[in-house]
Write a protein that binds this ligand. Structure first.
Ligand code: PHE
Length: 439
């Protein structure tokens, strides 16, 4: 069967940006900005995106596009042997756990959205939350079920513009509040003293997370990009949308928080405990709450879609050559969804206080998996991928990809390889060590 492909450059950018724009942009970026000194963090973040995020994104997309394979087959095809097959296994494991954790927060977004529509929900202990997780899973399954072109591409082309429209509406509403300027001046008054080693490393980590680096999504979606398309301009488009959404979310959240006298340094709770209160206080606030949580749900679900696609495509490939009947795409998707929902269920129950066995030394399963994936597993995948591509894949692969668009510029290729062979491995190692708390 002919492999499905995205049909246009706009479609590729919308689909991949929909995967990249997620809770990382709307929930995490604003509070990290709040905790790490506002404009100083913003400047460092943008520098990290341009210097490191963009080249890494290009690398991953090229791995997918040149091999034309899912994560499972991509490494093997590029190098002609199976020696690097550990990376796909680690990627799929990491992605499964990440979805489990991410679904918990997505479930909260669904819950808040429902509450803003129908009022308080019946409390069934953890089960209300698990049902909300299940709702998010169902929506994501529906999109992947329809396929790459009819599902992922077509729906991204509808939902990304809706997402951008919602942000613009929220932004205009917040800007009209008296006192919104103070919030903005916190965001945009630059104080170079606030830039520390810690701030740089957190910005780097956030940049990788936000652009979905090391999650296999860029490789998988890369394999659906038409051969003629220019990877660099595509990656620039994705990075631009992703960063724009992050900055706009911060411009919605921070001023709103300031106007109503809350502290911008609330951390992860900011979006869930502060914002509904803040929005309800302003005229037309109810609609704002509804729009805001709709925004979070769209962003989160389209991100889950991208990771479901990573796992589904890989699972189909794993079973493609076995003697028993290979799995169809739909069967693989159902397996993936059930496993991820189960993990998210355990994570949810670990936090409701009823299931002691899911809590270990005061840390819930949710916390444990979050740290395990973001501090160990993601950096490991990213590190092994850059070593793989920088040191072991023939340079010709990158050169051939760039040639039709830019010719062969030796300085650009050398610069790229210097980054990928030396700078990135060291940086990723630093981020990993920093997030474990060693440096
Ligand atoms: N880039 C995504 C985000 O910012 C990362 C992600 C995607 C995480 C899918 C989990 C699942 O939210």
């Amino acid at each position: 069967m002919e492999k499905e492909q995205f049909t246009s450059r706009f479609g590729v950018i919308m689909a991949t940006a929909a995967g990249a724009v997620g809770l990382g942009n709307i929930w995490k970026f604003p509070y990290m900005l709040g905790q790490n000194g506002g404009a100083a963090f913003l400047v460092v973040y943008i520098a990290c995106v341009l210097l490191f995020g963009l080249p890494l994104m290009i690398t991953e997309i090229v791995i997918g596009k040149r091999s034309g394979q899912s994560v499972r087959g991509a490494y093997q095809v590029l190098i002609g042997n199976r020696r690097w097959n550990g990376i796909p296994i680690l990627t799929c494991l990491t992605v499964t756990l990440i979805i489990g954790v991410y679904l918990v927060i997505t479930g909260w977004c669904v819950k808040y959205l429902l509450m803003s529509i129908v009022g308080p929900l019946p409390t069934l202990n953890g089960w209300t939350d698990v049902l909300c997780n299940a709702f998010a899973v169902l929506c994501s399954v529906a999109v992947v079920w329809l396929g790459v072109t009819k599902g992922i591409e077509r729906l991204s082309k509808i939902f990304m513009p809706i997402l951008l429209l919602i942000i613009v509406i929220l932004l205009v509403r917040v800007m009209l509040l008296p006192g919104a300027k103070e919030g903005l001046s916190f965001l945009f008054s630059f104080d170079a003293d606030k830039i520390s080693f810690d701030v740089i490393l957190s910005a780097l980590g956030q940049c990788f997370y936000s652009l979905s680096i090391g999650m296999g999504a860029l490789i998988t979606y890369g394999s659906y990009i038409p051969k003629k398309q220019n990877v660099v301009t595509t990656a620039c488009g994705i990075v631009a949308v992703d960063t724009l959404v992050a900055v706009m979310s911060a411009c919605v959240i921070m001023p709103a928080v300031f106007v109503y006298g809350f502290s911008p340094e609330q951390g992860p709770k900011l979006v869930f405990s502060v914002l509904p209160v803040v929005f309800e206080q302003m005229p037309g606030g109810h609609v704002m709450v509804l729009l805001f949580f709709a925004l979070l749900c769209i962003a989160a679900i389209t991100s889950i879609v991208s990771l479901f696609e990573v796992l589904t495509a890989s699972l189909v490939d794993v079973t493609a050559h076995r003697e028993r009947r290979p799995l169809t795409r739909h069967q693989a998707l159902v397996y993936v969804a059930v496993v991820c929902l189960a993990i998210s269920g355990f994570c949810t129950f670990s936090m409701t206080g009823e299931s002691d066995w899911l809590v270990w030394r005061g840390k819930t399963l949710f916390d444990g998996l979050d740290v395990l994936t973001s501090s160990f597993m993601l950096p490991m995948v990213a590190l092994s991928t850059v070593i793989f591509f920088g040191w072991f894949v023939d340079k010709q692969v990158m050169i051939e990809e760039m040639k039709p668009h830019y010719g062969t510029k030796p300085w650009a290729i050398q610069g790229y390889y210097f980054l990928i062979r030396w700078c990135f491995p060291i940086l990723i190692l630093l981020i990993g060590l920093n997030s474990i708390g060693i440096i």
